[in-house]
Write a protein that binds this ligand. Structure first.
Ligand code: SAH
Ligand code: SF4
Ligand code: F3S
Length: 440
């Protein structure tokens, strides 16, 4: 038998892309490929790309340029671009970088094996449709291999919200939810393969409304409650959520569903109502804070995380101060913050832009405050007891690393037999991005 061909996938962007890359490598397994972690010995290189900010998108072209030498040495090497840049730029990619053989948008991944076959005939393959069929259903050929203890599971894709800065509604299309039964079946399969924690993914995961097994539909809270019944599944998380879709039932689930972990990523983007309006966010700073209050009422120890954009068109010093004020009020455990980046085709790209130095200065001030909050919240964990799901060995002898209930990385002296298990740990120390602890 011929040696299997080798596939190298490099993943950029959000967790959704991480999940998609896994599914694509499994689908290509059916077409005779095994994965490799080096581009040098690959027969096919696939970049799974992100279009969210200009820098992310441009990175694709510099990365592609680097494969020139490889392709010269190995003319049979196939190079593909998947993900959100593929969707947004399509043919333009092949025009700008002729060494690309294949371009596939996020909704067409199930067609990847046939597209690869086409490239083997020396043709180029391009597919950026939004087809009717369910790509995940078609991508079903998962081999029954063991999996790491923590896994992603996409339940919802796309976005109908059209924030004025954002490309996602264009690159991922309209909001679609997977039927609940398929999600449950995939979760059971993951658990059989050693998974103890599942993070449900969606661009707006809390807008989930999937067909229910007996007719009608289920929201995210119901889906979580049903998943909690799966034996062997220890922990459930979900990301990313929109403040307007935090329904009562979901907030209640944070209080009464033990397997739902006390961590919530709830982006707000800005603390200024004027800017939120121009961003088309359809919520105010006050309504966001009220949602946070209700969540904390249901689950007082919840750790909150968020996303911020600074330097959005027309953002004044006073608007930015409102953002700092909101951060002071919420007290985040962890956050992502970005300088506004103009994205072609989005409404805000047409507006007058702020100078780069203003954006940089605001980003620095915001990040200083967010880092300080993160450090304070981590310091307050010292002495507390948490659950830790052990995911791998640490760098020191006898050390294991896992994630706490609050998603902190925790380093612990522990036997390897705890891999994939949740154990009780007392936090003993904190450093910039992780905690140290001891088994109880
Ligand atoms: N669906 C999620 C997040 C999607 S994108 C939500 O609604 O919150 C992830 C984050 O990237 C966003 O929350 C935002 O903070 C950031 N982002 C999106 N577009 C951006 C742009 N044009 N410039 C800078 N940051 C952006
Ligand atoms: Fe983008 Fe807004 Fe949709 Fe989030 S809600 S994906 S930020 S358009
Ligand atoms: Fe990027 Fe697409 Fe995710 S633009 S953030 S990879 S949805």
């Amino acid at each position: 038998m011929a040696d299997p061909k080798k596939l190298f996938i490099k993943t950029y962007g959000c967790q959704m892309n991480v999940y998609d890359s896994e599914r694509m490598s499994e689908a290509m397994g059916g077409a005779g490929y095994v994965t490799t972690d080096s581009p040098d010995d690959a027969d096919m290189i696939l970049l799974n790309t992100c279009h969210i900010r200009e820098k992310a998108a441009e990175k694709v072209y510099s990365e592609l340029g680097r494969f020139k030498g490889l392709k010269a040495d190995k003319p049979d090497l196939k190079i593909g671009v998947a993900g959100c840049v593929a969707q947004a730029e399509g043919e333009e990619i092949m025009r700008r970088q002729p060494l690309v053989d294949l371009v596939v948008g996020p909704q067409s991944y199930h067609r990847l094996p046939e597209m690869e076959a086409k490239t083997q005939q020396g043709e180029k393959a391009l597919d950026t449709d939004f087809p009717e069929e369910d790509k995940f259903e078609k991508l079903k050929s998962r081999p029954k291999a063991r999996r790491a203890p923590s896994a992603f599971l996409t339940v919802q894709e796309g976005c109908d919200k059209f924030c004025a800065f954002c490309v996602v509604p264009y690159t991922r299309g309209a909001e679609v939810s997977r039927p609940a039964e398929r999600v449950l079946a995939e979760a059971r399969d993951l658990v059989e393969r050693g998974v103890a924690e599942i993070t449900l993914l969606g661009q707006n995961v809390n807008a989930y409304h999937g067909d229910a097994p007996q007719g009608g539909d289920w929201g995210l809270a119901r889906l979580i409650r049903e998943l909690a019944e799966v034996d062997g599944l220890e922990r459930i998380r979900y990301t990313t959520s929109h403040p307007n879709d935090m329904e009562d039932d979901l907030i209640r689930a944070h209080g009464d569903c033990e397997k739902l972990m006390p961590y919530l990523h709830l982006p707000v983007q800005s603390g200024s109502d004027r800017i939120l309006k121009r961003m088309n966010r359809s919520h105010t700073a006050e309504s966001y804070l009220r949602v946070i209050d209700r969540i904390r009422e249901a689950r007082p120890d919840i750790l909150l995380s968020g996303d911020f954009i600074v330097g959005f068109p027309e953002e004044t010093d006073a608007d930015f101060e409102d953002t700092l004020k909101l951060v002071e009020q919420v007290r985040y455990g962890q956050c992502y913050s970005f300088k506004y980046s103009t994205r072609p085709g989005t409404p805000a790209a047409e507006r007058e832009q702020l100078p780069e130095d203003v954006k940089s200065e605001r980003l620095q001030r915001l990040q200083a405050l967010l880092n300080q909050q993160q450090a304070e919240i981590q310091a307050a964990m010292v002495g507390r007891e948490v659950g830790v799901l052990f995911e791998k060995k640490g760098r020191l002898p006898g050390q294991m690393v896992g994630k706490s209930d609050h998603l902190h990385a925790v380093y612990v002296q522990a036997p390897e037999s705890l891999l994939g298990q949740v154990a009780r740990v007392r936090i003993t120390g904190t450093s910039s991005n992780s905690l140290a602890g001891e088994l109880i």
